[in-house]
Design a protein around this ligand. Structure first.
Ligand code: C2E
Ligand code: CA
Ligand code: CA
Ligand code: CA
Length: 279
């Protein structure tokens, strides 16, 4: 047993070394990516359940690496958060998404709002309010055409600062949404205090609809609670006809998922979804 313990320990440290090497590679790569314009935004349409029209789109960051190809955020967002690189990356995402949204509005595209993910460190380490205000001014995007998606954990890291920033942003007219709703611990107590307009039901609750009783109960409860608080409800990760009809029946306000479109490059959204609409 002792022998085995030792091997496990060696294996464990080797794995840790590999992991920290990988992190260093990612970190160095991200700095290079920022300086050499390797980041891209893909957009996933958000569909109004009633009309079937696209009402907005969520911006999701990708990294177009010269050798690795298109890298998805699950491979680098953690490292970006740990190293603080999420602050400049987040500023780039914000600016790029606002410029794109402004262009779509000017082209009279069927589009009203761009949603941008904001990570906890952006609240704590940067003057997020000033960055956003400045970005809106510079890009000319009306504040109401920008929605920020924040997670409950972001708010929980420093509720005082975060709530203060959220109130400032609300005054500015920016829309606020709680992402991955239902996965945090604070949902019920804090929901009332957050100056948000909408909640996004996490994909983990949508995935087993409509067969799983637990998921059904939860999703029904989230929608009822949110509507009681006059909040708008978005479901993410909608993939099937059966999920769609359950969410429709529960009067979920809008929908996002592969069923409608994967996140795609802006030109692809313009030629596809924005041209054809939702049938
Ligand atoms: P998220 O904000 O919860 O975004 C939803 C994720 O679910 C996206 O993955 C999207 O591509 C995926 N998704 C959407 N519909 C479906 C579906 O029907 N089925 C399945 N299986 N997946 C679906 P993605 O783009 O890989 O992003 C992963 C996470 O990375 C995001 O989760 C978000 O937390 C983070 N992220 C992405 N872009 C940014 C960014 O610009 N800033 C920050 N701070 N985080 C970002
Ligand atoms: Ca999101
Ligand atoms: Ca989400
Ligand atoms: Ca998620």
């Amino acid at each position: 047993a002792k022998e085995r313990g030792k091997n496990n320990y060696q294996f464990y440290t080797l794995e840790m070394t590999e992991r920290s090497l990988e992190r260093m590679t990612i970190e160095r790569g991200l700095r290079h990516a920022l300086a050499h314009d390797e980041l891209r935004l893909h957009y996933q349409p958000q569909i109004d359940t009633g009309s079937g029209a696209a009402v907005g789109a969520e911006a999701l960051v990708r990294w177009q690496h010269p050798e690795w190809g298109l890298v998805y955020p699950d491979r680098f967002i953690n490292v970006a958060e740990e190293t603080g690189l999420i602050v400049p990356i987040g500023a780039w995402v914000l600016r790029t998404a606002c410029l794109q949204a402004k262009a779509w509005l000017e082209q009279n595209r069927p589009f009203s709002c761009v949603a941008v993910n904001v990570s906890p460190r952006q609240f704590i380490e940067s003057n997020l309010f000033r960055t956003i205000k400045q970005t809106l001014l510079e890009t000319g995007l009306p504040p109401g055409a920008l929605e920020l998606e924040i997670t409950e954990s972001a708010v929980m890291q420093d509720p005082e600062i975060t709530l203060q920033v959220l109130h400032q942003l609300q005054q500015l007219g920016v829309r606020l949404s709680i992402d991955d709703f239902g996965t945090g611990y604070s949902s019920l107590t804090y929901l009332r205090r957050f100056p948000v307009q909408s909640v996004k039901i996490d994909r983990s609750f949508v995935i087993d609809l409509p067969d799983d009783e637990g998921s059904k109960t939860l999703v029904r409860a989230i929608i009822a609670l949110a509507h009681e608080l006059k909040l708008f409800v978005v479901a993410e990760g909608v993939e099937t006809e059966a999920q769609l009809s359950f969410l429709k029946a529960q009067q979920c306000d809008s929908l996002q998922g592969y069923m409608f479109s994967k996140p795609v490059a802006p030109e692809q959204l313009e030629n596809g979804f924005m041209a054809a609409g939702f049938k």
